[in-house]
Design a protein around this ligand. Structure first.
Ligand code: GRF
Length: 202
Protein backbone atom coordinates (compact mmCIF):
# COMPACT_ATOMS: atom_id res chain seq x y z
CA UNK A 1 0.00 0.00 0.00
CA UNK A 2 1.42 3.46 -0.87
CA UNK A 3 1.97 5.75 2.10
CA UNK A 4 -0.83 8.25 2.62
CA UNK A 5 0.48 11.83 2.55
CA UNK A 6 -1.37 15.03 3.42
CA UNK A 7 0.29 18.30 2.41
CA UNK A 8 -0.03 21.77 3.97
CA UNK A 9 0.53 24.81 1.72
CA UNK A 10 0.28 28.60 1.94
CA UNK A 11 1.73 29.85 -1.33
CA UNK A 12 2.73 28.89 -4.82
CA UNK A 13 3.03 25.19 -4.03
CA UNK A 14 6.05 24.31 -6.15
CA UNK A 15 7.19 21.91 -3.42
CA UNK A 16 3.77 20.25 -3.57
CA UNK A 17 4.10 20.10 -7.35
CA UNK A 18 7.42 18.31 -6.99
CA UNK A 19 5.68 15.62 -4.90
CA UNK A 20 2.81 15.38 -7.41
CA UNK A 21 5.24 15.07 -10.33
CA UNK A 22 7.43 12.49 -8.58
CA UNK A 23 4.36 10.40 -7.84
CA UNK A 24 3.18 10.70 -11.45
CA UNK A 25 6.61 9.65 -12.74
CA UNK A 26 6.64 6.64 -10.42
CA UNK A 27 9.56 8.02 -8.44
CA UNK A 28 7.51 8.17 -5.24
CA UNK A 29 5.19 5.42 -4.06
CA UNK A 30 2.76 7.70 -2.24
CA UNK A 31 -0.88 8.61 -2.30
CA UNK A 32 -1.43 12.35 -1.75
CA UNK A 33 -4.74 12.06 0.11
CA UNK A 34 -5.37 15.75 0.73
CA UNK A 35 -3.94 19.26 0.52
CA UNK A 36 -4.89 21.88 3.08
CA UNK A 37 -4.19 25.63 2.84
CA UNK A 38 -4.45 28.24 5.57
CA UNK A 39 -6.27 30.66 3.29
CA UNK A 40 -8.28 30.82 0.09
CA UNK A 41 -6.84 31.56 -3.33
CA UNK A 42 -3.47 29.83 -3.13
CA UNK A 43 -1.79 28.54 -6.27
CA UNK A 44 -0.93 25.45 -4.24
CA UNK A 45 -4.60 24.50 -3.94
CA UNK A 46 -5.06 25.06 -7.71
CA UNK A 47 -2.19 22.64 -8.34
CA UNK A 48 -3.80 20.03 -6.06
CA UNK A 49 -7.19 20.40 -7.74
CA UNK A 50 -5.62 20.01 -11.20
CA UNK A 51 -4.06 16.78 -9.96
CA UNK A 52 -7.44 15.55 -8.70
CA UNK A 53 -6.48 15.70 -5.03
CA UNK A 54 -9.00 16.46 -2.30
CA UNK A 55 -8.46 19.95 -0.85
CA UNK A 56 -9.58 22.23 1.93
CA UNK A 57 -8.89 25.79 3.04
CA UNK A 58 -9.03 26.53 6.75
CA UNK A 59 -7.90 29.98 7.82
CA UNK A 60 -7.48 31.16 11.40
CA UNK A 61 -9.97 33.93 10.64
CA UNK A 62 -12.72 31.35 10.11
CA UNK A 63 -12.41 30.27 13.73
CA UNK A 64 -12.85 31.97 17.08
CA UNK A 65 -9.30 31.63 18.26
CA UNK A 66 -6.04 29.89 17.53
CA UNK A 67 -6.98 26.81 19.54
CA UNK A 68 -10.21 26.38 17.56
CA UNK A 69 -8.31 26.73 14.28
CA UNK A 70 -5.74 24.20 15.47
CA UNK A 71 -8.50 21.72 16.37
CA UNK A 72 -10.25 22.25 13.03
CA UNK A 73 -7.00 21.59 11.15
CA UNK A 74 -6.30 18.45 13.22
CA UNK A 75 -9.83 17.16 12.59
CA UNK A 76 -9.67 17.80 8.85
CA UNK A 77 -6.26 16.19 8.50
CA UNK A 78 -7.62 13.22 10.45
CA UNK A 79 -10.38 12.66 7.89
CA UNK A 80 -7.69 11.91 5.30
CA UNK A 81 -6.05 9.25 7.50
CA UNK A 82 -2.51 10.28 6.60
CA UNK A 83 0.59 8.31 7.53
CA UNK A 84 2.68 11.46 7.11
CA UNK A 85 1.91 15.17 6.88
CA UNK A 86 4.22 17.39 4.84
CA UNK A 87 4.31 21.10 5.60
CA UNK A 88 5.50 22.40 2.23
CA UNK A 89 5.69 26.18 2.38
CA UNK A 90 3.02 26.37 5.10
CA UNK A 91 3.56 29.69 6.83
CA UNK A 92 1.88 28.98 10.17
CA UNK A 93 2.93 27.33 13.40
CA UNK A 94 1.00 24.15 14.02
CA UNK A 95 -0.65 23.95 17.44
CA UNK A 96 -0.89 21.29 20.15
CA UNK A 97 -3.99 19.57 18.74
CA UNK A 98 -2.29 18.86 15.40
CA UNK A 99 1.00 17.85 17.06
CA UNK A 100 -0.80 15.48 19.46
CA UNK A 101 -2.83 13.90 16.65
CA UNK A 102 0.29 13.17 14.55
CA UNK A 103 3.25 12.82 16.92
CA UNK A 104 6.58 12.82 15.02
CA UNK A 105 4.59 12.33 11.82
CA UNK A 106 4.77 15.90 10.49
CA UNK A 107 7.65 17.00 8.29
CA UNK A 108 8.56 20.59 7.41
CA UNK A 109 10.93 22.00 4.85
CA UNK A 110 12.78 25.24 5.59
CA UNK A 111 14.93 27.37 3.25
CA UNK A 112 18.02 27.63 5.46
CA UNK A 113 20.50 25.36 7.20
CA UNK A 114 18.86 25.01 10.62
CA UNK A 115 19.45 25.82 13.41
CA UNK A 116 20.66 28.94 11.59
CA UNK A 117 17.99 31.36 10.41
CA UNK A 118 14.69 29.82 11.58
CA UNK A 119 11.38 31.60 11.08
CA UNK A 120 9.52 33.18 8.22
CA UNK A 121 12.49 35.02 6.68
CA UNK A 122 15.22 32.40 6.60
CA UNK A 123 16.52 33.42 3.17
CA UNK A 124 16.57 37.16 3.90
CA UNK A 125 18.15 36.65 7.31
CA UNK A 126 20.95 34.49 5.88
CA UNK A 127 21.64 37.04 3.16
CA UNK A 128 21.66 39.96 5.61
CA UNK A 129 23.97 38.07 7.95
CA UNK A 130 26.47 37.70 5.12
CA UNK A 131 26.87 33.92 4.99
CA UNK A 132 28.50 32.48 1.88
CA UNK A 133 26.70 29.15 2.19
CA UNK A 134 23.07 28.57 3.13
CA UNK A 135 20.68 25.81 2.04
CA UNK A 136 17.60 23.92 3.08
CA UNK A 137 16.51 21.57 5.84
CA UNK A 138 13.80 18.93 6.08
CA UNK A 139 12.91 18.21 9.69
CA UNK A 140 10.31 16.67 11.97
CA UNK A 141 7.94 19.30 13.37
CA UNK A 142 7.84 19.88 17.12
CA UNK A 143 6.25 22.67 19.16
CA UNK A 144 8.99 25.20 18.37
CA UNK A 145 9.66 27.33 15.32
CA UNK A 146 11.79 25.20 12.97
CA UNK A 147 13.38 23.43 15.95
CA UNK A 148 12.50 19.76 15.39
CA UNK A 149 14.93 16.88 14.72
CA UNK A 150 16.66 17.17 11.35
CA UNK A 151 16.06 14.56 8.65
CA UNK A 152 18.16 15.97 5.81
CA UNK A 153 20.01 19.10 4.74
CA UNK A 154 21.64 20.36 1.60
CA UNK A 155 23.91 23.36 1.08
CA UNK A 156 23.46 26.12 -1.50
CA UNK A 157 26.17 28.76 -2.13
CA UNK A 158 25.32 32.45 -1.90
CA UNK A 159 26.53 34.11 -5.11
CA UNK A 160 27.78 37.68 -5.53
CA UNK A 161 24.84 39.87 -6.49
CA UNK A 162 22.22 37.53 -5.01
CA UNK A 163 19.10 39.16 -3.69
CA UNK A 164 16.44 37.41 -1.60
CA UNK A 165 14.44 36.34 -4.66
CA UNK A 166 17.33 34.93 -6.69
CA UNK A 167 18.78 33.09 -3.70
CA UNK A 168 15.38 31.68 -2.70
CA UNK A 169 14.76 30.42 -6.24
CA UNK A 170 18.11 28.56 -6.24
CA UNK A 171 17.39 27.14 -2.79
CA UNK A 172 13.95 25.97 -3.91
CA UNK A 173 15.42 23.95 -6.79
CA UNK A 174 17.51 22.01 -4.26
CA UNK A 175 14.71 22.00 -1.68
CA UNK A 176 12.31 20.27 -4.07
CA UNK A 177 14.81 17.48 -4.75
CA UNK A 178 15.59 17.11 -1.06
CA UNK A 179 11.92 16.95 -0.09
CA UNK A 180 11.13 14.27 -2.66
CA UNK A 181 14.18 12.21 -1.62
CA UNK A 182 13.34 12.56 2.08
CA UNK A 183 9.66 11.66 1.66
CA UNK A 184 10.77 8.64 -0.38
CA UNK A 185 13.10 7.53 2.40
CA UNK A 186 10.59 8.21 5.16
CA UNK A 187 7.80 6.31 3.48
CA UNK A 188 9.99 3.34 2.57
CA UNK A 189 11.98 3.10 5.79
CA UNK A 190 10.12 5.02 8.48
CA UNK A 191 11.95 6.91 11.17
CA UNK A 192 12.04 7.35 14.92
CA UNK A 193 13.06 10.27 17.07
CA UNK A 194 15.81 9.74 19.64
CA UNK A 195 16.38 12.98 21.53
CA UNK A 196 17.60 15.59 19.04
CA UNK A 197 18.06 13.00 16.29
CA UNK A 198 15.65 11.66 13.69
CA UNK A 199 16.90 8.17 12.85
CA UNK A 200 15.73 6.38 9.72
CA UNK A 201 14.71 2.79 10.39
CA UNK A 202 16.61 0.07 8.56
C1 GRF B 1 9.90 27.14 0.43
O1 GRF B 1 11.19 27.68 0.28
C2 GRF B 1 9.60 26.83 1.85
O2 GRF B 1 10.65 26.27 2.56
C3 GRF B 1 9.28 28.21 2.37
O3 GRF B 1 8.49 28.77 1.35
C4 GRF B 1 8.82 28.18 0.12
C5 GRF B 1 7.57 27.57 -0.44
O4 GRF B 1 7.61 27.47 -1.82
N1 GRF B 1 8.68 28.18 3.67
P1 GRF B 1 6.36 26.91 -2.65
O5 GRF B 1 5.10 27.59 -2.14
O6 GRF B 1 6.31 25.43 -2.47
O7 GRF B 1 6.66 27.28 -4.07
Amino acid sequence: MPARIAVLVSGTGTLLQALIDARAEGALDIDIVGVLADRTGTVGIDRARRAGIDTDEIGPGDHGDRAAWDTAVADRLGTWGPDWIVSAGFMRILGPAVLAAFPARIVNTHPALLPAFPGAHGVRDALEYGVTVTGCTVHIVDAGVDTGPILAQRAVPVLPGDDEASLHERIKVVERELLVATVDRLTRQGCRVEGRRAVFDD
